[in-house]
Design a protein around this ligand. Structure first.
Ligand SMILES: [Zn+2]
Ligand SMILES: [Zn+2]
Length: 244
């Protein structure tokens, strides 16, 4: 049985999101169907809904920071059980046969990874539709466990903004003794700040808004630099090893 569900879609680049009925595919052997509890609001949702990048397939159901509860699992699913809290991020599928997929870096799939929304679904047909909906069906290979001690609402933004900032900080082995500069306390910036601080680095936040200084310090910034102030900027010249 396929799953009829309700979503929010933009019908065109100039119309607001509005309720929209969609059909999710059957829960096939390898699939997990997920009742969506929370999802983030990523700035790419705005870009795609407004066709800023010229690649939007309307109607578009945005969002790729999804947390939900497993509704049902296919007969071959081993890693998940109904009732578990799980998450889905930007990556929805990939070819699973190319060198990059075999190396575990499916996001670099040589045949083009399938993203969670506004992507051609090469395996099942149609265009993928994202988290502004009540239910989604995803192959278990692209579903993540969520530890029970985490607030599921707070987990959602980790799936895009979180991994986007965590990945380079881990890649460059940022830690104690290093000084990280974060430009802007936005969706990604506040994640970069918190993660770099948690890794033990000294973190400086650049902002044009003095009103954000208190929040930045509360989130772990060691210094706040007002980027419109030439003296403050000059004082830090050449002192950073990492940028986010
Ligand atoms: Zn995103
Ligand atoms: Zn591939």
């Amino acid at each position: 049985m396929s799953h009829a569900t309700i979503a929010y879609a933009a019908q065109s680049a100039t119309t607001p999101l509005a309720p929209f009925h969609i059909e999710r595919r059957d829960t096939s052997a390898a699939d997990v169907s997920i009742d969506i509890l929370f999802c983030g609001v990523c700035h790419s949702d705005l870009h795609q809904s407004r066709n800023d990048w010229g690649i939007s397939n309307f109607p578009i159901v945005p969002e790729h920071e999804i947390v939900g509860r497993v509704h049902e699992v296919g007969s071959a699913v081993k890693r998940f059980k109904p009732g578990e809290i799980v998450a889905v991020g930007v990556l929805y599928d990939s070819c699973r046969t190319c060198a990059n997929c075999n190396a575990g870096i499916e996001q670099y799939c040589l045949n083009g990874a399938t993203e969670t929304y506004n992507s051609v679904d090469k395996r099942h047909g149609g265009i993928t539709r994202g988290g502004y909906s009540k239910l989604i069906v995803v192959d278990e290979a692209y579903v993540f466990h969520v530890p029970e001690n985490l607030d599921p609402a707070a987990v959602a933004p980790l799936m895009c903004a979180g991994i986007t900032t965590y990945s380079p900080l881990m890649h460059w082995e940022v830690g104690p003794g290093q000084k990280v500069g974060v430009v802007g306390l936005g969706g990604l910036g506040h994640m970069a700040l918190k993660i770099a601080h948690a890794l033990g680095a000294s973190v400086a936040l650049f902002t044009t808004s003095p009103g954000k200084a208190a929040d930045a310090r509360r989130l772990g910034a060691d210094e706040v630099i007002i980027s419109k102030n030439a003296e403050e900027m000059t004082a830090h010249k050449g002192s950073f090893r990492f940028y986010s």
